[in-house]
Design a protein around this ligand. Structure first.
Ligand code: FAD
Ligand code: SIN
Length: 517
């Protein structure tokens, strides 16, 4: 089946929904189709805990400090102009979602209750308890109901971009599979916006939900778009250690911001051996330190000691984390919380300019799937929701400045439903996914070495042969995408000749943050 729309948005997280709302507000006659492979709520966005980093009241020194913290966390591989743009756009963009209904916690003086996370030199993080992402996702989903021109199609899987038959540098839409029926659809669009989120599911332990399989990046790579910085995978230091849980539950960095500290199995704090910033050092340093401690103690996790946080504040500030801990018989004011690093965020992705434009015409990428240059070699905590808001706006400005005069298209009624049963192809695909997960965890984890990266690439070739034998289904493409992402990470790792930020190869000399024994 063929469909025509003016704007095709792939993904219903903060990036896709924000872009949709902005276009619908100013161009009510244009049709906007948002397609998502799960239900409309499921996304990395809905799990975001800590909050959004922002300078709310314009002040040159506060801009400077957010700018500097972002560059320091990114090991100065960031694009300074993109950091500047992002930091200075924050208050306008956050003002917008507040005007759409998002609520952020305030203190007793009716001022925003800003909190602290690793790598931030001052409190600048807006949050809604410890469920900031859910608050934002709910707000955006509520807001889009106001616009009849926006249609959301759930449980449709984007499997490839469509390029112009004569101008292969121009995108004209995307192909989809209705997951329940396996029927194929072609959607033709004037502008196509990829907002497909992260890649966490390429690793064994991840905080990312099942949707995070890097589809948008893999599709864009197949279409010939430039992809960059794939070696910079961020591992969050403190995912709850709980074997077999996918995704891993996050213990927000804001808990360390409130005073919790990392301790080893003897109960001794260890972070001061690695950084003067202790448990609140940037994530790359903390995750490597934990990995080092775990190796030293031959342990599967370390602990987060929250016993110095009064239980009433813990319950009030982190209700979601509190209830999760209680559900597994952990009392945060008495017991240590077992934590382990888990794949959390991809700093690289589809290369874009300051307008969210990819290297293919009429194709934009926003949010976690994009590489704008904001994060450099390591993302500063809570800069990701901000990036999605800022670049949804940038892409909206650019993509609507050059619309054709063609009469707006109207969307046909299409019905989607939740798929009911697992097929044998799905089960086989899951087995192959586990092999990719083990491979990536063993060969492209927090600490890498060149020999292991090379053998990972070889192993991946064998796995890719198995994928080609899978019966055709959306699952086959999803697994192909995971293997594609794995290949991009491994090959980008080989190309990096210097340890920077999140990338740490023991064969490279003079790593900047050398691990002390
Ligand atoms: P997502 O929100 O992941 O949305 C992606 C969308 O694309 C989904 O709707 C998905 O179904 C859809 N999709 C994917 N592939 C396809 C396909 N093939 N076809 C159709 N649809 C597809 N960042 C912060 O700044 N602050 C935080 O406090 C914070 N906490 C976090 C906590 C957790 C547990 C996690 C996992 C992440 C956190 N992050 C945080 C990171 C942040 O949440 C994400 O980077 C951000 O939400 C990404 O938004 P997005 O719109 O780009 O992608
Ligand atoms: C957290 O709450 O620790 C996650 C914040 C982030 O990923 O930016």
């Amino acid at each position: 089946m063929k469909i025509r729309t003016d704007f095709l948005i792939i993904g219903s997280g903060i990036a896709g929904l924000t872009y949709a709302i902005k276009v619908a507000t100013d161009f009510p006659d244009k049709s906007i189709l948002v397609v998502t492979k799960s239900n409309e709520l499921e996304s990395n966005t809905r799990y975001a805990q800590g909050g959004i980093a922002a300078v709310l009241i314009p002040s040159e020194s506060d801009y400077q400090s957010h700018y500097q913290d972002t560059l320091i966390a990114g090991d100065f591989l960031n694009s300074s102009s993109i950091v500047d743009l992002t930091v200075k756009s924050a208050s306008a963009r956050i003002g917008e979602i507040i005007s759409w209904g998002a609520s952020f916690d305030k203190n007793g003086h009716s001022l925003y209750d800003l909190c602290l996370e690793g790598g931030h030199s001052q409190k600048r993080i807006l949050h809604h308890k410890d469920i900031t992402g859910l608050e934002i996702q709910r707000t955006l989903l509520n807001k889009i109901k106001e616009f009849p021109s926006i249609k959301i199609l759930t449980h449709f899987f984007a499997n490839d971009l469509i390029l112009h038959p004569r101008h292969s540098d121009t995108c004209i839409g995307a192909q989809f599979i209705n997951i329940a029926t396996e029927k194929e659809y072609k959607v033709f669009s004037e502008k196509t916006i990829v907002c497909t989120g992260g890649i966490g599911q390429v690793y064994k332990n991840t905080t990312n939900p099942l949707i995070a399989t890097g589809d948008g990046i893999a599709m864009a790579a197949r279409a010939g778009a430039a992809i960059e910085s794939m070696e910079f995978v961020q591992f969050h230091p403190t995912a709850l250690f709980s074997k077999g849980e996918n995704p891993s539950f996050l213990i927000s960095e804001a808990v360390r911001g409130a005073g919790a500290i990392l301790v080893n199995h003897k109960g001794n704090p260890f972070m001061n051996n690695y950084s003067g910033l202790g448990s609140l050092a940037p994530r790359d340093i903390v995750a490597r330190a934990i990995e080092h401690e775990m190796k030293k103690e031959q342990a599967e996790h370390v602990y987060l000691d929250c016993t110095n946080i009064p239980i009433a504040s813990f319950r009030n500030d982190f209700p979601n984390i509190y209830y999760k801990c209680r559900s597994i018989n952990i009392e945060p004011d008495r017991d240590l919380i077992p934590v382990v690093p888990a794949a959390h965020y991809l700093c690289g992705g589809i290369k874009t300019d300051q307008w969210g434009q990819c290297t293919i015409k009429n194709l934009y990428a926003i949010g976690e799937c994009a590489s704008t240059g904001l994060h450099g070699a390591n993302r500063l905590a809570s800069n990701s929701l901000l990036e999605a808001l800022v670049f949804a706006h940038q892409a909206y400005v650019h993509s609507t400045a050059s619309l054709s005069k063609a009469s707006p298209s109207t969307l046909p009624e299409i019905h989607s439903e939740k798929p009911e049963k697992l097929t044998t192809a799905d089960i086989e695909a899951d087995r192959i996914k586990s092999s990719i997960n083990s491979l990536m965890t063993d060969h492209a984890g927090i600490v890498r070495n060149t020999g292991s990266i090379l053998s990972g690439i070889k192993e991946l070739d064998t796995i890719s042969e198995e994928i080609s034998l899978l019966k055709s289904s959306y699952k086959k493409t999803e697994i192909l995408n995971l293997a594609g992402i794995a290949g991009l990470i491994l090959r980008a790792s080989l190309q990096r000749k210097e340890n920077k930020g999140l990338y740490y190869n023991t064969d490279l000399i003079q790593p900047k943050h050398k691990i002390r024994a």
